[in-house]
Write a protein that binds this ligand. Structure first.
Ligand code: GLV
Ligand code: MN
Ligand code: MN
Length: 412
């Protein structure tokens, strides 16, 4: 069946999409928390990769792994001189994650390919499905390792030498799970389908978000050093409590984000006091900070202020300190033609859409300067994500995947 312009008027198989997402969601699942954990380059990540590669092979894709472990599956076109249209996302997770973050984009892309295959649709350009390595940055920093390497933004050696908290390098872990390859696939265009991970579409009852850009992100890791001492016998005015310095820094970072406003967000996601004992004043405390903002001058101001606060909160209590920036991604604005394409396709499918800026970071942030890029969002129930409660209704998953399918069909 063709639509009014002679394009195949196909629809993806929503049940097959949901069942594939659930199968991946069972890998690394923890019944106690209700979440799943597939940290990059872990055994669970390997199991997820193996499943994806098996399904790519079953669809007849030419599977290639590159030097940082990015997985590409290519469905050939009739004109080999054309660069592929690439779709995809990531399958690694944070700790105790939901099932959709990243996986929806990868299996949404796979579902598009399954739909084209079962309807025997030939395309002129190749279609490539990508799963980028370590998007989350939960185990190895920086995040977005796969797309940083793929786009030549950061060199391979620097990325592979990143260590996790047990001192294991990304290089060794990549070798251990058997995903260090030598192939690659160049993208001509990139579309990433993703859950919103924020509250806006759900609150407004809109099925589709067309993402026009992604806000800038900067991450730091640091440590304050004071003096461990007895919690009972050390008077309050004789303490050098590293945890209190870090606690004050967390509160100051919140004040900074509120003062800068315009969507600025600051988060201290991780603190680790030492020795971490009930009756010992913490002599050391490590922490991380995450700051994000879309507007360039406010992003620059916020980054400078965060570094000033790290220094000031330590000095105020006579603490020694060290810190370093462990990730940075500038804000990007997506290609207007790609944004208009996704909007046009949504309207044609009878789906209301809204242009929006992504609060979360994505591989699309690094693909965007490299080739025309856009992202398609679907609602996240109550705006929850990076937690076991992350949820998107089957109908929304299906709608977003149909927008992906028809956007791809216009490009290939
Ligand atoms: C990636 O999930 C991010 O931290 O935005
Ligand atoms: Mn993601
Ligand atoms: Mn994520």
């Amino acid at each position: 069946m063709n639509d009014d312009k002679g394009r195949p008027d196909l629809r993806i198989n929503g049940e097959r999409l949901v069942s594939s997402i659930k199968e991946m969601g069972s890998i690394g699942f923890d019944p106690e928390t209700g979440g799943r954990t597939r940290l990059a380059l872990s055994d669970a990540d390997k199991k997820g990769r193996d499943l994806l590669c098996r399904w790519m092979h079953e669809e007849g894709l030419d599977v290639k792994i590159d030097q940082i472990g990015n997985i590409f599956g290519v469905r050939e076109g009739t004109d080999p001189s054309e660069l592929p249209v690439m779709v995809g996302s990531h399958i690694d997770t944070v700790r105790d994650a939901g099932m959709f973050d990243g996986v929806y984009g990868v299996f949404g892309g796979l579902e598009v390919i399954r739909t084209l295959n079962e309807n025997k649709v030939r395309t002129r350009k190749p279609l490539a499905l990508a799963a980028f390595t370590n998007e989350e940055g939960a185990r190895f920093q920086p995040d977005m390792m796969g797309s940083l390497f793929y786009t030549g933004t950061v060199g391979l050696e620097e990325l592979l030498s990143s260590k996790d908290e047990n001192g294991l390098t990304a290089a060794d872990e990549l070798d251990r799970i058997g995903y260090r390859g030598s192939g690659t696939v160049r993208a001509g265009r990139y579309i990433e389908l993703h859950i919103e991970q924020g509250p806006r579409l759900y609150a407004e009852g809109l099925p589709i978000g067309v993402v026009r850009g992604i806000q800038g992100l900067a991450w730091w890791a640091g440590e304050y050093c004071g003096e461990s001492n007895h919690a009972g016998s050390t008077p309050m005015d004789m303490r050098k409590d590293a945890l209190l310095g870090v606690a004050e820094l967390a509160a100051e970072a919140e004040k900074l984000a509120l003062r800068l406003g315009n969507g600025s967000v600051a988060t201290m996601g991780k603190i680790s006091p030492k020795p971490d004992i009930i009756n010992i004043i913490p002599g050391k405390c490590s922490f991380t900070l995450d700051f994000r903002q879309f507007e360039k001058s406010l992003f620059e101001e916020g980054k400078g202020e965060i570094e000033r606060l790290i220094t000031a909160c330590a000095e105020k209590r006579g603490l020694k300190y060290n810190f370093r920036k462990v990730a940075e991604a500038p804000a990007v604005v997506f290609d207007s033609g790609m944004v208009e394409l996704a909007e046009r396709v949504s309207a044609r499918l009878g789906l209301a859409s809204k242009r929006m800026v992504s609060g979360a970071s994505h591989d699309a942030q690094f693909l965007s300067p490299f080739c025309p890029t856009v992202m398609i969002f679907v609602p996240s129930k109550d705006g929850r994500s990076h937690c076991p409660e992350e949820w998107t209704e089957a109908e929304d998953l299906e709608n977003g995947c149909n927008v992906l399918l028809h956007s791809v069909l216009e490009l290939v």
